[in-house]
Ligand binder design. Structure first.
Ligand code: ADP
Ligand code: MG
Ligand code: MG
Length: 918
């Protein structure tokens, strides 16, 4: 589950609260879970557990502020050393022994821990304080030679690798060699003597590789490890991850110094991980793994077989019972699913970490409602525990979990969905095969702009390289196409047109593969796809209250009902026909925010449009328009019927006219061929002329929208007439049509005034001729910077604004979306110029600022101005929150995104009252 990573809330007052004397070190007893900015997630939660009275080994946390100072200046803050000494002193007193003390050493771990847990940060170093001297002290104290030498070799290994930068494989190989020499399979079979030899070997490795001896001074070990943690904030991996996840680069990491407890002291010791509920279903129970006689990451590293946590009851009932008790305490306290790390040292249980646990999208909904039922949280809080991205994930069709499938490998889940098709390895084949009706999956090492057409033709895209911001991922998300990228274990050979999976399975061109863009999994063969139960529910084919309704559907239903109750934003659909409108209605749409009329000019009607464009004389044009009128009208009648009682915003024709004409090359060839045969077709010749005449260098900025309406007489009035007559007809049929007429691409109020005047006249005529009273609102899109900047004037002539944020983004940035997404967005995302494409999430500072100002200016002129948004941003979670904040009345999005918008509108509205959970 993604945490709240909004960069705008990253710095809260707590980091700046310390006034004169900055405090760089906090004892575990001093912090709490709300100090994540300062103490990092791990440190804040260790403190919280300490305060709850849970058995946490004592220790202290060095703040992110200290890290920031180090990163800024290249040196630890002056006061840090003394503060660390003071806290170490206190720790030593508490434990009754000194760090690295020869006869009985205090040992500590040094652990990184930023506000958000992330890859690339320094791995924890355990057993700091051991040296050639203190290892014997530890052996004596514990009465266990083997344990002492095992701990020491682990320290040299971890320290060598993470602090001194020695290749970790060298240690692993030496360990393997030692096991081989002894003919044993697992590390626990090595005896004290073997480990002692290994320590000598490890020290040699350090000396050769790092060019220095392994430090024998315990304090030096600790200080070097702390500095390494600071430095790990800026590893390439960490930086990349932060860019991808939009975590600010200036947070810094905290460092935790924690006294050691030992899970490797024999069979009555061990280490484990657990969840307080099942992170997949949300059910309460015992979920986790345990490994006897092991330390640290052993339990998740797969070095020996772990046992299910439930088995701990047999192994150590006392610790088990205590752990169950603690898990309940944590759940009640955090009011959420927690994951934990623990260690048992000779029958004594120690808690080493906890945090609110990650979970699947389905579990997020189920857990939220379960917690409401348990009385732990209220509905407002439940709403904050889920999000639109999770809901969207639940709405994709998925592969049938019960089907027998062979997994080929796994990559990054880059764009959700389930796609099945024949493997093709180049764009050309993808296009060729898809034209002949085949479904294909385009498989590439990575994609580039040349692959665009192939990507469009494919059902899904699979690449072996690149991450979430790679070309394939960005473009696929833009197209809403399933994509798995960076499946590095799959070897893609585009020359030989084949893919080789681990284990040697080969997929040749034409073999069927299935890819799951929600999990990143890649399968061989056709995996059956099952519809999402959540969509079945929204479609009304499954009822949440039915006895057999599944838990997930019931949970979604409850949370949606709550979101609907609290949200202020209304949610409309972008829909062009009755079928989409009906579906949108089932999904909860409260009207249509954008009905595009362009498709109503395609198909069989194209020929009429051609005549309209080619008309030399007024009467020719009028004839063409007359023919189009009844067809348009019928479209609207159906749409108004489907949306009866709800507003329907119809946008008059927008795209450039040449889009309705034949392709220039095709037509040129046809004309040339005909001429060579001396039977040139008059109409084709005229068409060709028109195509040339209308050809534009940059159609996006050319003759379209209101400009068309002003240049082609009768076009807009025909559309207005069709709308008015359709509304009259619906009224006569006792319907309740609520049409709104929207003028696209307006840049100045004068354009709007002219169209408005003509439209009003037509509407008056229709009222007159039908005798039906009609009230049709007239408004405009705000999709050009000039329109936004002169919103006060435009509002004089507009009863509503609908922000067309797709075009507004294009025109504010000077981006032609189709061109820039494919060509350089990857580079921009990788360089961190923006964290997410401004076409996915609204650019608040630029485009958003225009929207905000236009809202204010428009309402100043016309207080009851109705305001909405109809760009794709209307269905994007983060953007919905923004539109809520700037005070729009509604968002409009594709039918499929409606539930997401409803949910996020609810979250936005209740956020101010709900608590900030994470
Ligand atoms: P990560 O951030 O990767 O989870 P941790 O700091 O939690 O890293 O530590 C890695 C492993 O070492 C975990 O299994 C943790 O429980 C264990 N560990 C950390 N500190 C101690 C300690 N003081 N005593 C025993 N085990 C520890
Ligand atoms: Mg951990
Ligand atoms: Mg537009």
């Amino acid at each position: 589950m993604s945490e709240n990573k909004d960069p705008h809330v990253a710095h809260t007052s707590e980091t700046t609260a310390a006034t004169e004397e900055v405090k760089f070190v906090y004892d575990f007893t001093e912090g709490n879970k709300d100090l994540k900015d300062l103490l990092g997630g791990k440190g804040a939660n260790l403190a919280e557990m300490t305060n709850l009275g849970l058995p946490v080994p004592p220790g202290f946390t060095i703040t992110t502020e200290a890290c920031k100072t180090y990163l800024d200046s290249g040196e630890e803050p002056a006061a840090l050393r003394d503060e660390v000494s003071a806290h170490l002193d206190a720790l030593e007193k508490k434990m009754g022994k000194k760090l690295g003390q020869a006869d009985d050493p205090l040992l500590v771990s040094v652990r990184s821990g930023a506000k958000f847990s992330m890859p690339g940060m320094m791995d924890t170093v355990l057993n700091i304080g051991l040296s050639d001297k203190s290892v014997t002290g530890l052996a004596k104290q514990s009465g266990d030679d083997r344990f002492a030498w095992d701990s020491y070799r682990r320290l040299i290994q971890m320290f060598g690798k993470t602090v001194l930068g020695v290749d970790g494989d060298l240690f692993e190989d030496a360990l393997e060699a030692a096991k081989k020499a002894k003919k044993v399979a697992v590390d626990t079979d090595l005896e004290a003597g073997d480990l002692k030899k290994l320590v000598t070997k490890f020290k040699k490795i350090v000396k050769t590789e790092a060019g220095r001896d392994f430090p024998q001074d315990p304090r030096e070990q600790m200080d070097l490890a702390i500095r390494s943690v600071f430095e790990s904030w800026n590893t390439d991996r960490a930086k990349l991850y932060r860019r991808q996840e939009r975590i600010p680069h200036d947070l810094g990491t905290a460092v935790n110094v924690c006294s050691m407890v030992f899970g490797n002291l024999g069979p009555d010791s061990g280490t484990g991980v657990a969840f307080t509920r099942d992170p997949a279903s949300g059910h309460q129970g015992v979920y986790g793994d345990y490994l006897q006689n092991a330390q640290g990451e052993d339990v998740v590293a797969g070095i020996r077989n772990t046992v299910p946590l439930a088995d701990l009851e047999q192994i150590d009932k006392k610790s088990y019972d205590q752990l169950m008790q603690i898990m309940e305490t944590l759940e009640t306290h955090y009011k959420d699913l927690c994951d934990i790390e623990f260690t048992i040292e000779r029958g004594q249980l120690w808690m080493l970490q906890t945090r609110v646990g990650k979970r699947t999208a389905g579990a997020a909904f189920r857990i939220a409602t379960q917690l409401v039922d348990q009385g732990l949280i209220d509905e407002a809080e439940a709403l904050q525990r889920v999000n639109g991205a999770q809901l969207a994930q639940l709405m994709f069709p998925r592969f049938d979990a019960d089907s027998k499938v062979q997994q080929l490998g796994r990559g990054i889940a880059a764009s959700p969905g389930a796609a099945v098709g024949k493997a093709v390895f180049d764009s050309y084949t993808a296009i060729k095969w898809s034209r002949s009706g085949e479904k294909v999956i385009l498989i590439r090492r990575e994609t580039n702009p040349d692959d665009l057409d192939g990507m469009i033709a494919a059902e899904g895209i699979l690449t072996s390289r690149g991450g979430k911001t790679s070309h394939a991922a960005v473009v696929a998300r833009g197209m809403g196409k399933t994509c798995v990228c960076g499946a590095e274990e799959l070897e893609v050979d585009t020359k030989r047109r084949r893919l080789t999976a681990p284990g040697g399975i080969v997929v040749e061109e034409g073999d069927v593969v299935s890819i799951d863009g929600s999990t990143g999994k890649v399968y061989l063969g056709e995996v059956p796809v099952v519809p999402s139960p959540v969509v079945e529910y929204f479609e009304g084919r499954m009822h949440a209250g039915a006895d057999d309704a599944d838990e997930l559907v019931a949970a979604v239903h409850r949370i949606m009902a709550y979101a609907d109750r609290v949200r202020r934003l209304r949610v409309r659909a972008n829909a062009d026909n009755a079928e989409d409108a009906l579906r949108a209605r089932r999904f909860g749409a409260q009207g249509i925010g954008l009905c595009r009329t362009e498709h109503m000019f395609l198909g069989e009607r194209r020929e009429m449009v051609e005549r309209l464009i080619l008309a030399d004389a007024d009467d020719e044009r009028e004839d063409a328009l007359k023919e189009l009128l009844p067809l348009q009208k019928q479209d609207f009648v159906e749409l108004f019927e489907a949306m009866d009682g709800l507003p329907v915003t119809v946008r008059l024709l927008d795209p450039p006219l040449h889009e309705f004409l034949p392709d220039i090359t095709e037509l040129s060839v046809r004309v040339a061929l005909a001429e060579s045969r001396k039977d040139s077709n008059e109409n084709d010749l005229r068409l060709l002329q028109a195509v040339h005449r209308l050809h534009e260098q940059n159609p996006m900025l050319g003759l379209r929208g209101v400009r068309l309406g002003l240049v082609i007489p009768g076009l807009f009035t025909m559309q207005v007439r069709a709308i008015a007559e359709a509304a009259a007809e619906r009224k006569n049929a006792k319907g309740d049509p609520r049409a709104e007429i929207m003028i696209p691409l307006v840049g100045t109020v004068q354009e709007l005034e002219i169209v408005r005047e003509e439209a009003e006249q037509v509407i008056a005529e229709v009222i007159e001729s039908t005798g039906v009273e009609l009230k049709l609102a007239l408004g405009t899109m705000i999709e050009l910077p000039r329109a936004a900047l002169t919103a006060d004037q435009i509002a004089e002539a507009a009863e509503f604004f609908s922000f067309g944020t797709n075009d507004l983004t294009q025109t504010v940035w000077g981006f032609s979306r189709d061109d820039v997404e494919a060509s350089f967005f990857t580079a921009y995302l990788e360089k961190g110029i923006f964290g997410v494409s401004p076409f996915e999430t609204i650019d608040k500072d630029g485009v958003g600022k225009l929207v905000k100002d236009a809202v204010k200016a428009g309402r100043a002129t016309r207080p009851d101005l109705k305001l909405g948004v109809c760009g794709e941003h209307g269905g994007d979670p983060e953007s919905v929150h923004f539109f809520h904040e700037v005070g729009l009345d509604y968002v409009s999005c594709s039918p499929f995104r409606i539930p997401v918008a409803r949910l996020e509108a609810g979250r936005a509205a209740s956020h101010s009252v709900g608590s900030d959970h994470r």
